[in-house]
Design a protein around this ligand. Structure first.
Ligand code: URP
Ligand code: ZN
Ligand code: ZN
Length: 425
């Protein structure tokens, strides 16, 4: 006897939609079959799309920038995630400058993440690292991670990675995630909000990408939040290079910085020109993953200063990520937000609807409409006021309803170790 039958939906399995039934036993998908079999609970999914839970590879819950803290913690952020069909998030440890700080950074974030309602994993993060890179990578793997993020900018807050460390890391059996902006072309002290994009220009992204291509060794390069079509063009179709972009770079342009409330939209790297955004859309098939870079701050913090350099950078987007991308690209987007993330980061048994996989599922009404309102703990959304086609109806985390016909239930996320071993790093 199965616990749940998701009956009669259009099920995304093996890379396409099939009219079939999903049978769940405990935390796992037990069977996908066109046969009607007995189950304790039958959920009518007719007219609905049944898809694997979204995996967001790039979130910052409770990110402490010193002068401001992102307003979603793991509880409120995961609540927003559930409403958007997201069942796993990958967050970042605080930046460290030596491998001896790794354990503490891990424990600190683990304590925060215990409040997550959905599953979670971590990436290690380096600041101005001066330690031993090989020891670091060994430690990262021992803690169940397989990725280390670095910044090629943020020298003003001492988070910029030294070139020698970056080169060594790019030769290691680990995923090197890079926030790519050439620091010498970035003006962190830029005050004018309306022209904010000029302070972190496209040229800064492209120069950093050129350098990364030169530095790449035997390891895997994953470039986070690529903001431009030209950036994707530089990176695409290279061995062991993965490209992540974010919903906001496809859906908004730098024109919003000129609005009276332009400060609400500040993030790094910034939104680009309409031409670059169009080019990015045209290259969607070259993008491997979609991460939100979910990092919301309140209106008071975003509008609290007329000086761009004093406004915390980052926006929210976890609740709307699938909707925004599905409205732009349809079903082409699903693998980039599920299976491909799981495969790149080694999240075994996640990201697909197949027997023996975790029963992380969301039910989506393609004929519904979502009026975008507030999300999580934030008091605004960059998409507020827009109506998008489709609606997330229910979300299951490992076989338990976290969202059921719009109603939230208590669920508890768990830490997911990367299953990638040293040889595949
Ligand atoms: O502006 C952004 N993206 N804030 C989040 C931190 C980062 O750089 O990813
Ligand atoms: Zn970044
Ligand atoms: Zn980020």
């Amino acid at each position: 006897m199965f616990d749940i039958c998701l009956k009669g939906g259009s099920v995304y399995t093996g890379g396409c939609f099939k009219q079939t039934h999903v049978y769940i036993k405990g935390e796992k998908i037990a069977l996908i079959s066109e046969e009607i079999l007995s189950a304790r609970r039958v959920v009518d999914c007719s007219g609905l799309l049944v898809m694997p839970g979204i995996i967001d590879p790039h979130v910052h819950m409770a990110l402490d920038l010193g002068f401001a803290k992102s307003c979603d913690d793991f509880d409120s952020g995961s609540l927003a995630a559930i409403r958007g069909g997201v069942t796993t998030i990958l967050d970042f440890l605080d930046p460290i400058t030596s491998e001896v700080m790794l354990q503490n950074a891990f424990q600190t974030r683990q304590r925060l993440a215990e409040h997550s309602r959905i599953d979670y994993g971590f990436h290690a993060t380096l600041g101005h690292f001066t330690g031993d890179v090989e020891e670091l990578v060994t430690g990262v793997k021992a803690l169940g991670m397989n990725s280390v993020k670095v910044f090629t900018t943020y020298s003003e807050s001492d988070r910029m990675v030294p070139d020698a460390v970056l080169k060594t890391l790019l030769d290691q059996p680990v995923i090197t995630m890079v926030h790519a902006e050439a620091d010498d072309l970035v003006h962190a002290d830029w005050r004018d909000i309306g022209t904010y994009e000029d302070s972190r220009p496209l040229a800064a992204e492209l120069k950093a990408l050129d350098q990364l291509i030169q530095f790449q060794g035997a390891g895997t390069l994953y470039v986070v939040h690529v903001s431009s079509g030209s950036g994707v063009q530089k990176l695409m179709q290279r061995e062991r290079v993965f490209i992540e972009s974010c919903p906001h770079y496809f859906s908004l342009t730098k024109d919003v910085f000129k609005r009276p409330d332009g400060g609400l939209y500040l993030m790094a790297p910034p939104l680009r020109s309409a031409a670059e955004s169009e080019k990015l859309k045209g290259l969607i098939d070259q993008v491997h993953t979609i991460g939100t870079d979910h990092c919301p701050f309140t209106q008071a913090e975003k509008l609290g200063s007329p000086d761009a350099s004093r406004i915390p950078k980052g926006v929210g987007g976890i609740e709307t990520s699938f909707l925004v991308m599905y409205n732009l690209f349809g079903e082409r987007i699903i693998d980039k937000m599920t299976r491909q993330v799981a495969e790149i980061f080694g999240l075994a048994h996640k990201g697909q609807l197949l027997p023996d996989y975790d029963a992380d599922v969301f039910l989506f009404d393609p004929k519904g409409v979502t009026d975008i309102g507030l999300s999580g703990a934030c008091d605004y959304s960059i998409y507020e006021g827009s109506a998008l086609s489709g609606k997330v109806i229910s979300t299951l985390l490992r076989g338990t309803f976290a969202l059921e016909n719009g109603v939230i239930h208590d669920t508890k996320g768990k830490y997911i170790r990367s299953s990638l071993d040293e040889s595949t790093g």
